[in-house]
Design a protein around this ligand. Sequence first.
Ligand SMILES: [Zn+2]
Length: 402
Amino acid sequence: MIQQRTLKILRDLVGFDTTSRLSNLDLIEAIQLQLDTLDIPCELTFNPDQSKANLFATIGDDSVPGLVLSGHTDVVPVDGQNWSSDPFSLRKSAGKLFGRGTCDMKGFIAVCLAMAETFKQAKLSVPIHFAFSYDEEVGCLGVRDLISELDKRVVKPLACIVGEPTSMQIVSAHKGMLDTLCTVKGCAGHSSLPDKGVNAIVVASRLIEKIQSLAHEVKENGPFDARFTPPHSTLHVGKIKGGTAVNIIPEHCEFEYEIRNIPAQDPQEIAQKVEDFARQNLLPEMQMVSQPSNIQWQTQAQFPGLDTPETAQINDWMKAVLHNDSAPGAVSYGTEAGLFSNIGIPTIVCGPGSIDQAHRHDEFVEIRQIETCIEFMHSVIEHMQRGEWLNPDGAGESHRSA
Ligand SMILES: [Zn+2]
């Protein structure tokens, strides 16, 4: 019954092309309509041009600290990917559900929505919140407004589950990310007189060399965190653009690099080293030839790492609810979990499907994974009905209130 409903909802959700560059309002409206019929209140927060929205719904008593189930509604583009069928039309084959977002992460959202009525009928003393955001895939942008609204509340949720694909395993740590665009403005001239100009490509390449040497330094000297693969922060240059013709000294070059930091390392400190190098070693030379030359830095996206302590109650509670005693894992990809955690809501990542299937052509989620997620939601209800939930006074402690 719930499984059938989940499949139907997932089919609808996949049908909305919510690639991050597009509006998600049609999908949000459809979700809101469904929750309206169940008398479940929703709050929307919009982006500045009102083309996208987050949805925050509450099932139960708002004045009690509850549990947030969080997911993003946007998906990555299908451009240039070789799909075997229409990515925005759900296809069921050999125990798998194919379509963009099935695994990352409309499958989880579909389970939440299919369970909404059951959550409501269970009349839980602890409220369940749905937090469905936009623009996660472009740097966890949308959820920030939703989280800052949440942060203003007198009664904050006691825990959050971000349903990114972990094959329904508990993940309590992930790396953070800082994505920076560097723009070098040099000075153009005839290529036969290189000393009369400032070659922006050469300046950019020296910066990239510096980034590479810092990457090497971090790899050799740490800090290390053995839970991650690789067990240290990484630096990576992913895009570059510059120059117009081979006989012109290039005036413009820009490149984008990212730092994926282990939770214990501040990525700003690493970025500062790159910028200090530019200011001390490159700018004086450049400006000696041409005063207006410069190097600019612009943060494109960032999200904090997640490191929910082993002793946090949410870990033990999740193990009990999932009937799975393995130690919580760590992943190198990022989620919005670190943002929830930063406002004091203990957060873990756990959702259906494997990250191996995310962002690829022929993305799929196994039906078995959806079933496991549904079983998990039923187990949440059973545990809460038995009074097994986190102790509001014991944040960080590992016992449960019974
Ligand atoms: Zn995702």
